[in-house]
Design a protein. Structure first.
Length: 161
C-alpha cells in the first residue's frame, strides 16, 4: 500500500489527519498530536476541511467528497453500507450484517468497521452494539458519544439509561 502524505486539521473534538491524493481521500483519522503538514492544501484537502467544518457547525449532513480507499471487496462493501446510514440514525453490527446479506457475519462486519480508514465521513460512529450499546470506535468512545449527540441521537437510549 502506498504511503500518502497527510494534512492536519483541528476539529472541535481533536486533531485529524487527512490523507489524500489526486484519486481521492484515503484516510481521515483522529490523532493525538499533529505533525508538520506533509501535504499541500489541495482542492480536495480544502473540500474535506470545508466539509468537516460544516458538519461540526450543523450545516450539512450529507458528504460529497471523493473517496479512494484500500481494502478488500468485503470491507469496501461494508463501508459503503455504513456510509448510507443517515445523519442522526444508527444501525447495529447485526443490522449491517443483515444488510450485507449474511446475518452470521457480525464479527467480520465488526472487523471491517473497525478498520474503516475514513472516520466521520464513513460514519462508523453510527454503528452500535446489540441493544444500542455504545461499543468500539477507533476515535475513542468519548468522541463516538460526542458525534452521536451532535447528530441529535438520544445517547441515553444508546446507554440504556
Amino acid at each position: 500500500m502506498p504511503l500518502h502524505k497527510k494534512f492536519y486539521h483541528q476539529t472541535p473534538i481533536g486533531w485529524v489527519a487527512i490523507g489524500a491524493s489526486e484519486e481521492g481521500l484515503h484516510e481521515l483519522k483522529f490523532i493525538a498530536q499533529p505533525k508538520k503538514n506533509e501535504l499541500k492544501k489541495s482542492a480536495l484537502v480544502k473540500k474535506v476541511i470545508e466539509t468537516l467544518d460544516c458538519y461540526f457547525i450543523n450545516s450539512i449532513s450529507l458528504f460529497n467528497v471523493p473517496i479512494n480507499v484500500t481494502g478488500t471487496p468485503f470491507q469496501k462493501t461494508i463501508w459503503k453500507i455504513v456510509a448510507s446510514i443517515p445523519f442522526g440514525e444508527t444501525r447495529t453490527y447485526s443490522e449491517i450484517a443483515s444488510l450485507y446479506g449474511n446475518p452470521q457475519s457480525v464479527r467480520a462486519v465488526g472487523a471491517a468497521i473497525g478498520s474503516n480508514p475514513i472516520l466521520i465521513l464513513v460514519p462508523c460512529h453510527r454503528v452500535l452494539g446489540a441493544m444500542g450499546a455504545l461499543t468500539g470506535y477507533a476515535g475513542g468512545l468519548d468522541r463516538k458519544k460526542w458525534l452521536l449527540e451532535h447528530e441529535g441521537y438520544p445517547i441515553q437510549k444508546a446507554l440504556n439509561l
